[in-house]
Write a protein that binds this ligand. Structure first.
Ligand SMILES: [Cu+2]
Length: 256
């Protein structure tokens, strides 16, 4: 009876070892200062507010580009651009450091290099300097609708912390936004059902970035790599796993 329990301990230990060894096999992170887990909190991404029915016309700024920051949106049959910002600086920036223009193609064709994905983008990682201005031209080569959505930008500048392009099948949408000064990694994704899970996921790395997001096709492994990037944690898991395995195994053999 007892032997059973010890065997379980040994098994748990082996499992830890397996996890640790898997972490070792993944290439080392490029940069990883503080692990900002708060940033990973998906519950903060309130998609309930994204309900299209809620995008009533009263919220739309029909004054075009002349309006104040945020609440800016254009919507037509081809798609939409929401919260574009080409001239209002984030509070922590004194000037625009640099201008970037990314041409992002979306479609099933771009998923081909990545196992287990159906949708993809022509690039899944975007590296920019802090306080830079980014113009994205989003070209949808599929027949279904796709989105290019950036999350957790400052809310005083971008309502819901979001910059959002949406292109109908075959359509192209262009929009511009300015990132703040902190080193941070932002989630880029398509929010249509199952599209992110099926490959439409990317990361926007500002400066040195903060964490690598998991499961970004061609960029990060399919698990929370940031859990394992701290060598102390890694060694702890490894040592713990080894210890549990040995103790469990010894007790199991001894009690038999
Ligand atoms: Cu999509």
């Amino acid at each position: 009876m007892k032997g059973h329990r010890y065997a379980t301990v040994a098994l748990a230990g082996l499992l830890c070892l397996l996890l640790a060894s898997r972490a070792f096999s993944v290439d080392a992170p490029r940069s990883g200062p503080a692990m900002d887990h708060s940033q990973m909190d998906h519950s903060q991404m309130d998609h309930s507010q994204m309900d299209h029915s809620q995008m009533d016309h009263s919220q739309m700024d029909h004054s075009g580009h002349g309006g104040h920051a945020g609440h800016k949106m254009t919507l037509d049959a081809e798609g939409m651009v929401m919260n574009w910002n080409e001239d209002t600086l984030p509070e922590d920036c004194s000037a625009i450091s640099r201008d970037y223009a990314f041409e992002v193609h979306a479609g099933t064709k771009y998923a081909e290099p990545y196992n287990g994905t159906i949708f993809g983008m022509s690039q899944h990682e975007f590296r920019v300097e802090p306080c830079s201005r980014i113009t994205v031209t989003f070209i949808n080569e599929d027949e279904v609708r796709h989105q290019f959505m950036v999350h957790q930008l400052p809310k005083y500048l971008y309502p819901q912390g979001m910059f959002h392009l949406e292109a109908a099948g075959g359509a192209t949408k262009t929009g511009t936004f300015i990132v703040p000064s902190d080193n941070r990694t932002y989630l880029v994704h398509c929010d249509l059902a199952q599209h992110m899970e099926k490959g439409m996921k990317g990361q926007l790395v500002v400066g040195r970035g903060s964490v690598d997001l998991p499961s970004v096709p061609g960029v990060t492994a399919n698990f929370r790599r940031d859990w394992y990037t701290d060598p102390v944690v890694l060694l702890g898991v490894f040592a713990g796993g080894l210890g549990f395995s040995l103790i469990g195994l010894l007790l199991f053999l001894w009690r038999r």
